[in-house]
Design a protein around this ligand. Structure first.
Ligand code: AMP
Length: 551
């Protein structure tokens, strides 16, 4: 059983090293010595995750709970804690600094093992309902009592999902490959398929990488679409007859069904089954075991409703029953990856669609995404207009001969949307609005991703309804890490989609760019900060602009 202190000191060394190659080397040498159980735990923890991706259970322990426990253990006041927090801006580091003041210690200073930590995290996730906060606090406290300062830092970094040691998932994946002498491409492939880095490390360590399979009840990464701007560009890119499907505007989801058991996963590979009871019921009526890919769309009387209606259901906020009847949903299926034990995902889309047609009985909560064959630009243009007039977002064009490639934009799927483009960004700060919105937090500063860093690219205050602003205000308050009364820094978690007229170069923000007339298109609760757009995409859009408004 391996000690957690070893893990913590390895990560400290990784953090202290600037070079990526060196980081990978240090981590891989550490992983090489672990057995399969510990390799699973260590790889998962190193990416700042406490539990298996796709499990409905998350430790769900927030900043304030952690701070409470620390204050209790050290006798520090909240004022003193905030002073230390301002210095580091990282709760893990705060804990490392203040923990030497802990007033109690346990009698038996038994070393923490990776397994102890995993078990404690598991117990925290299992705690539900009334009294659960108390259980979580108790568990955290007993972990911290046994931990050194460095160990405590990493415990907190994992729980807050803020590793910040320059070790992105890709590097952990590389370390796994190097640790066990495996081909990087094969490891990447397996990772995309099984989704969870811990499972990947386990399989790699056991020499079972070749046995990695797509399995029911374990989410896989979603296949993605590349954007193109014009129908003629798309027609000449494919140069043959392809499928054109409406681009449904809802929540991407994967539905797994085995016997009477049904699970629905979001694009972040989180389980969202409980938000959609009618899908569970509907799926049970399908007489097959299967894995479907599709879009959950709020839908009534043959027409899509506003995407925003889904947000309430996803977050399962108060009055869930109301939210459910206000936004009945349909699952528009556009792909099938497994059917009754048969692997379909490597087969051509044409065959997968034929299988889908056999198992989906039209009319209920499950429908097939409409497909038409097109080859000419004007056909694409016409369908695109039709899609917009029916209330859909555009088109997705797909190569009928293509396999399903989890987690990839393989240019087998091309999306055509209305505006030039939009960016998915994360909110990093907020301030009080002006005029009609004076006194209300309604002005959001947002960032895109630049490697491991977040870089600010703009501010927006328009686009949300008053009700949404109210909800955002509450969420922003709970994510605030620093507040000077006017501007507050916000933990980067809230993802929004912004539309804009153009991108300009600008000294105003640290990304070096600014958006012209940004407006919030919608709140993207289906995405997390890891999935926002990057500086590369910004540069691409910037240079694709036909007329830039540069001075
Ligand atoms: P975007 O979110 O703009 O990057 O567009 C890609 C998304 O479009 C996918 O992740 C799906 O959620 C959604 N989508 C809607 N309809 C389809 C469809 N027929 N095929 C594939 N993706 C679709």
């Amino acid at each position: 059983m391996d000690r957690f202190s070893e893990f913590a000191s390895t990560l400290d060394r990784v953090r202290a090293t600037a070079g990526k190659n060196e980081k990978v080397r240090i981590l891989s040498e550490y992983l090489r010595e672990l057995d399969a159980d510990d390799a699973e735990r260590a790889a998962r923890f190193a990416t700042g995750r406490a539990s298996l991706k796709g499990s409905a259970d998350e430790t769900q322990i927030g900043y304030s709970t952690i701070t409470d426990v620390i204050e209790e253990m050290t006798g520090l006041s909240s004022r003193e804690m905030s002073r230390v927090y301002v210095k580091h801006g990282d709760l893990g580091k705060v804990v490392e600094e203040v923990l030497s003041r802990k007033r109690e210690t346990t009698l038996f200073q038994e070393d923490l093992s990776l397994r102890d930590v995993a078990e404690a995290f598991e117990a925290m996730s299992q705690a539900k309902g009334t009294g659960s906060q108390l259980i979580k606090k108790g568990r955290l406290k007993s972990l911290l009592l046994r931990a050194s300062e460095t160990e405590a830092k990493y415990l907190i970094k994992i729980l807050t999902k803020e590793m910040r040691i320059g070790l992105v998932d890709g590097l952990v994946e590389e370390a796994v490959a190097r640790a066990y002498g495996l081909d990087r491409g094969a490891v990447r492939e397996a990772h995309l398929l099984i989704g969870d880095i811990g499972m990947l490390a386990r399989q790699a360590r056991s020499g079972d990488l070749g046995l990695v399979r797509l399995e029911l009840m374990r989410p896989t990464n979603f296949m993605l679409a590349d954007p193109m701007e014009r129908p003629d560009e798309i027609a000449s890119y494919f140069g043959k007859e392809v499928y054109a499907e409406y681009k449904y505007d809802g929540v991407r989801a994967q539905l797994h069904k085995r016997g009477g058991e049904v699970r629905v996963y979001s694009r972040r590979l989180e389980e969202i089954t409980a938000s959609f009871p009618e899908l569970v019921e509907g799926a049970r009526r399908i007489d097959h075991d299967l894995l479907l890919d599709g879009e959950i769309v709020p839908f009534r009387d043959g027409r899509p409703l506003s995407f925003q209606l889904l947000q309430r259901r996803l977050r399962r906020i108060e009055n869930f029953g109301d939210a459910q009847s206000a936004s009945p949903v349909v699952f528009f299926c556009f792909d099938i990856l497994l059917l009754d034990g048969e692997e379909l995902y490597r087969k051509p889309l044409q065959e997968r669609r034929a299988a889908l047609a056999r198992v989906i009985v039209e009319g209920g909560t499950f429908r097939q995404a409409e497909t038409k064959s097109v080859s000419e630009a004007d056909q694409i243009q016409r369908l695109f207009r039709r899609s917009r007039s029916l209330g859909y977002e555009g088109l997705v064009l797909k190569d009928p001969a293509s396999p399903y490639t989890p987690g990839r934009r393989g240019k087998f799927w091309i999306k055509l949307k209305e505006e030039l483009d939009t960016l998915d960004v994360v909110i990093v700060g907020a301030e009080l609005g002006h005029g009609k919105r004076a006194g209300i937090i309604s002005d959001y500063t947002f960032a895109i991703r630049d490697g491991p860093d977040l870089k600010v690219i703009g501010k927006a205050y328009s686009g949300l309804t008053d009700k949404e602003i109210e909800e955002m205000m509450a969420r922003i308050k709970s994510l605030t890490t620093e507040d000077d009364g006017y501007y507050r820094k916000v933990k980067p978690q809230l993802v929004i989609e912004v539309a804009f007229d153009s991108i300009q170069k600008s000294e105003r923000h640290d990304s070096g760019f600014a958006l012209r007339f940004p407006r919030i298109k919608r709140i993207r609760d289906d995405k997390d900060a890891g999935q926002i757009d990057t500086i590369e995409k910004v540069r691409e859009i910037y240079s694709s602009q036909k007329v830039t408004s540069e001075p």
